[in-house]
Ligand binder design. Sequence first.
Ligand code: AMP
Length: 191
Amino acid sequence: MNLILLGPPGCGKGTQAQILQDRFGAVQLSTGEMLRAAVKAGTTLGQQAETIMNAGKLVPDDLIVSMIAERIDEPDCRGGFILDGFPRTVAQAKALDAMLEEKGLKLDHVIELEVDEAVLFARIEGRAAESGGAPRADDNPETLKKRLGVYREQTAPILPYYRDTERLASVDGMQDIDEVTRQLVAILEGN
Ligand code: AMP
């Protein structure tokens, strides 16, 4: 099963991707996590990405697309993958379609988690508090505001791209975690 979870920062994509990974055996591919690992390891990609990430902006499409293309070729992705945080621009969505076609793969589902921005602020503040004094460098209200702006301008245009090709399903991400999972599972199981 190959799946994309879409939605603004803090909408719960990461949490749900992890739950679905355990349940369906498809690997969670979080581009944000992959980039944070690259920053930590001090790779060339990490050095290129760090300042951009801390400013709440998007890392260039070509870097992200090649990172994902290589990752999807790894053996653990054969049982399927859950894209979390990718694609984030229409160019990435188109590159993904081309890449999957070339690899002989296809997307089974594209699901959007819909949330309201006021709730996102409350969540991100909670996430910063829970991390016990070591929050992600980009998890603060000021950067979140920027990341939401970037989402609106650069990522939300992906939704019509998938809607127009009848591949988009939506789930209300403001319900509690278990209910969101239940509705995602119903879509994935075709109920
Ligand atoms: P996330 O953990 O998904 O919120 O991502 C954290 C940061 O990593 C984002 O604010 C971007 O700077 C960068 N990033 C993650 N995924 C992408 C992507 N698909 N395209 C561009 N930048 C990304």
